[in-house]
Design a protein around this ligand. Structure first.
Ligand code: NAP
Length: 247
């Protein structure tokens, strides 16, 4: 079992929703956390404050991780501030849902850029530092939609499935190094992303979930802790946290 105390993590999109829950749970285990966000400074500051109030260490760092240069700067800031990097959580993501016949080039490109190319940008910038750790961890927050598809979500589904392929290939390449690479595939989790779905559709989704409720961000965060702490022999996997919706 890996002792997480004193380790350093970057959580992309760590200011709100699932990312904020992951950041808080890591901090509660003694990890120093870089809370990345793209535009909502207030949410990032709130998450940092919540962590500091209970004795944890964190700082907020603005960067659009879909941009190669900004991703690199984010990693450099982390090294300047905390001196090393053990854990990278590629969590930042957006949706631009539209049926394929109505999708625009912009909807397609933006979702691929933010959800998938960001994973490349961050991982390539961070890898040399992570490899210096005796227990490096790269965790990609994919989605059930990358496994099962989603109506009106060709762009999002392609990006999330791409993250799974990336995870498996990089896990193979790094297997001998002690750094593990895994994906977590959440089902429907109660964050602003899911709260934006119209009530009627939300009710239809809940009716299909075997456990009959949305998941909580904290339930994804506990999966992250499991992979970081107990996951020495777990690599290239998809951890499904979805209430039984996809098996
Ligand atoms: P959310 O509440 O909408 O939060 C998204 C986070 O990503 C925010 O912190 C946002 O920062 C950040 N972000 C967006 N674009 C960014 C960019 N270009 N650069 C840096 N940060 C960026 O989303 P969520 O529901 O917590 O989802 C988190 C991840 O889990 C996403 O990858 C999502 O696809 C995945 N997921 C979610 C669910 C679900 O049911 N909620 C299910 C499966 C998978 P700002 O506020 O500053 O924009």
């Amino acid at each position: 079992m890996v002792n997480l105390n004193g380790r350093v993590a970057i959580v992309t999109g760590g200011s709100r929703g699932i990312g904020a829950a992951i950041a808080k749970e890591l901090a509660a285990h003694g990890v120093k956390v870089v809370i990345n966000y793209s535009s909502n400074r207030e949410a990032a500051d709130t998450t940092v404050k919540e962590i500091e109030q209970v004795g944890g260490k964190a700082f907020a760092a603005q960067a659009d991780v879909s941009d190669t240069v900004q991703a690199r700067v984010l990693v450099e800031e982390t090294i300047t501030k905390y001196g090393k990097l053990d854990i990278l959580i590629n969590n930042a993501g957006i949706t631009r849902d539209r049926t394929f016949r109505k999708i625009t080039d912009e909807d397609w490109n933006k979702v691929i850029q933010v959800n998938l190319n960001s994973v490349y940008n961050m991982t390539t910038a961070a890898l040399s530092h992570i490899l210096e750790s005796d227990a490096g961890r790269i965790i990609n927050i994919s989605s059930i939609i990358g496994q099962a598809g989603g109506f009106g979500q060709t762009n999002y589904s392609a990006a999330k499935a791409g993250m799974i392929g990336f995870t498996k290939s990089l896990a193979l390449e790094l297997a001998k190094t002690g750094t593990t690479v895994n994906a977590i595939c959440p089902g429907f989790i109660d964050t602003e992303m899911v709260q934006a779905i119209p009530d009627e559709i939300r009710a239809q989704i809940v009716a299909k979930i075997p456990v009959r409720r949305f998941g909580l961000p904290e339930e994804i965060a506990r999966g992250v802790i499991y992979l970081c702490q107990d996951g020495e022999y777990i690599t290239g996997q998809q951890l499904n946290i979805n209430g039984g919706l996809y098996m």
